[in-house]
Ligand binder design. Structure first.
Ligand code: C2E
Ligand code: CA
Ligand code: CA
Length: 592
């Protein structure tokens, strides 16, 4: 055997594929891994083809060398050459992904050619066509068997790989890609009526189960849930798991009423008592249902609508919500805002507004709060419209960091321009503070902007202490040691109590504008603010009243001795230019 053939054969055999007449010792039914490598590796495929050609060439060369006198041998060689060529051709088809029936047809042609049409091939091997024909020979039989078996292995591996790519490893359900594919498929069928429903399911309290009982129990629970969902739907429906504890069911040939029934059935089954490892587990479920409408072409969009309906269900504390036109509209807008926000973050293109914090007695500037906005076309979105979304999509930390950098730079620039150091207040969301790297991020942002830590106030809401109070307190403490101040925003609306406040690393209370609004209305309204001020006094905390809108409110705050104030009465949040013109630029300079 020439070296070319040797090398190619070695490569081929190394991949576990055997060619008749070359290496009888290796079995035709080869190991999966080797076949995977063969199917997956273009190198192996090329080796297969190269080998086929090399065999042919080798056989041809030896045929040429043979002596005239050995006619029988000559005949055998010709047959060997023919078989080798045919086999190489079929291998090429297998490697290039030809369908099993196509491959079988090609093998059949080879056999028919070789036997003058007396034999053909079925999925199990050689088949006699002409009942009087003799057996066409061991060599042909071996080749046919092996080609069929390589084809079967290839298909088995291909389908295993396809399964892996489209299924969730834990539950064996369809994965997100497969679910979207299924929805897309359903959308492409032309139908008279909407008859495909997408149900989005999310377990309630799954995180607690995972955290308190461990991941194994969590995994077990997901499997049970997967089974219960599967048991609630028909054979042809698609059940998928597309996130931690999020499942999607695609129901086909179904109207809205029937979809409701199936959803209710799922709820009933899912809420049935459940034990894992002897311990009762209490899970709840929230569902969103969206029907595929005629003309829908975007599976992602439909999945988002079902997801939002589920989210509504969770918010409203009901098991199920159906997506209606309102929700679809909301979903589209949310999506557009999400896209816009992602763009703005990528381009560092958030818009900033600045609102002064003043000394209540003198009305003089004592600091500035930075408030974020998002420009969307010529609309300016307020934080209420995009911050929660940013929290859900995990972008909130990025928002806060960019605000801190931009506002920090602004304050440093004002300082250089007007020679006036300002205290900068930044809002930092609870979701951001819950992250372990918040300290590093704040420090990096300060560094980046050049703002000294002593000039930074972080405004937090009391809610941040609800989940992981000690960890959050530790992070804030680290920052405070460097001079950063911490303010409790919207104070009075949350969970504050005196004892609670004592333990928290806090410097400033910002009285929520709900209280400021009611100042001067009744004695008891005033008493609340007075109590907060007394409390702050006892704890040696600074206080700022938010949302001061009238002179009457300001007078009352002065009377009660509230040190700081902020609100439309002094200024609305404004652009950096307007803020500087009103609060920083020396007055009457034009007149001079
Ligand atoms: P907040 O921190 O309580 O901010 C004060 C909000 O009250 C601002 O609304 C401000 O425009 C508004 N306001 C100020 N003075 C008055 C007044 O006299 N009367 C009335 N009615 N309203 C007044 P805005 O800018 O829409 O911000 C809403 C909330 O969004 C903020 O409440 C804050 O919690 C959050 N936020 C704003 N910027 C950021 C940010 O950069 N990061 C984070 N995480 N949150 C932010
Ligand atoms: Ca604030
Ligand atoms: Ca506030």
């Amino acid at each position: 055997m020439s070296t070319v053939v040797g090398a190619a054969a070695a490569a081929f055999v190394a991949h576990g594929v055997v060619v008749a007449g070359l290496d009888e010792s290796a079995a035709a039914g080869t190991e999966i891994a080797a076949i995977v490598a063969m199917v997956a590796s273009p190198v192996a495929l090329i080796a297969a083809v190269v080998l086929g050609r090399a065999i042919t060439a080798e056989v041809r060369r030896s045929a040429a060398r043979e002596s005239e006198s050995t006619r029988i041998l000559n005949e055998q060689r010709r047959r060997a050459e023919h078989l080798a060529t045919g086999q190489a051709g079929v291998l090429e088809l297998i490697a290039s992904g030809t369908s099993p029936s196509g491959v079988q047809q090609a093998i059949g042609a080879l056999v028919s050619d070789e036997t003058g049409g007396a034999w053909t091939v079925s999925s199990t091997g050689l088949t006699r066509v002409d009942q009087s024909a003799e057996h066409p020979g061991q060599d042909l039989e071996v080749i046919v068997d092996r080609l069929l078996s390589v084809t079967r292995e290839r298909d088995r591996i291909t389908s295993a790989l396809t399964h892996q790519a489209t299924h969730d490893g834990l539950t064996g359900l369809a994965n997100r890609a497969a679910v979207l594919e299924r929805i897309g498929h359903a959308m492409r069928q032309r139908r008279k009526e909407p008859d495909v429903a997408v149900v989005y399911l999310d377990l309630d309290r799954f995180k607690q189960v995972n955290d308190s009982l461990g991941h194994e129990v969590g995994d077990e629970l997901l499997k049970v849930v997967a089974q219960r969902i599967t048991d609630s739907v028909r054979e042809g429906d698609t059940v998928g798991r597309i996130g931690g504890d999020e499942f999607v069911v695609v129901l086909e040939s179904i109207n809205l009423d029937q979809a409701r029934m199936v959803a209710n059935r799922m709820i009933d089954r899912l809420l049935a008592p459940l034990e894992i490892g002897g311990a009762p587990i209490d899970v709840g479920v929230s569902m969103g249902v969206a029907m595929v409408e005629l003309g829908d072409r975007d599976p992602d969009k439909l999945l988002r609508e079902a997801d939002l309906a589920m989210y509504r269900a969770k918010q409203n504390g009901v098991p199920m919500v159906e997506a209606d036109e309102d929700l679809r509209e909301w979903s589209r807008e949310r999506h557009d805002i999400e896209v816009r926000l992602r763009g703005a973050l990528a381009d560092e293109d958030l818009t900033m507004r600045y609102q002064p914090v003043v000394d209540t007695d003198t009305g003089e500037l004592r600091g500035v709060e930075a408030l974020v906005r998002l420009m969307w076309g010529d609309r300016m979105l307020s934080p209420g419209l995009f911050l929660q979304l940013a929290e859900e999509t995990g972008q909130i930390a990025q928002v806060d960091n960019q605000v801190l950098r931009a506002a920090g730079r602004q304050v440093v620039q004002w300082q250089e321009e007007y020679g006036r150091p300002l205290e900068l207040a930044i809002n930092i969301s609870g979701a951001h503070l819950a992250r372990a790297d918040v300290f590093d991020e704040v420090m990096a942002s300060l560094d980046h902007s050049g703002l000294p830590p002593e000039q930074l106030v972080l405004e937090i809401t009391e809610g941040v202490f609800l989940s992981d109070a000690t960890e959050v307190a530790k992070r804030l403490d680290l920052l405070r040691r460097l001079g950063v101040k911490v303010a409790v925003d919207d104070f009075g609306t949350g969970y504050s109590s005196l004892t609670y406040l004592q333990r928290l690393p806090v410097d400033i209370l910002k009285i929520d504008r709900a209280f400021t609004n009611r100042l001067g209305l009744t004695k008891s309204d005033d008493a609340i603010v007075r109590t907060i001020l007394d409390l702050a006094d006892a704890l040696e905390l600074d206080v700022i009243a938010e949302g001061v809108e009238t002179d009457g409110q300001l007078a009352k705050l002065r009377e009660l001795g509230c040190p700081g104030s902020q609100g439309y009465l002094f200024a609305k949040p404004s652009t950096a230019e307007d803020f500087a013109a009103q609060w920083l630029a020396p007055k009457g300079i034009e007149a001079a």
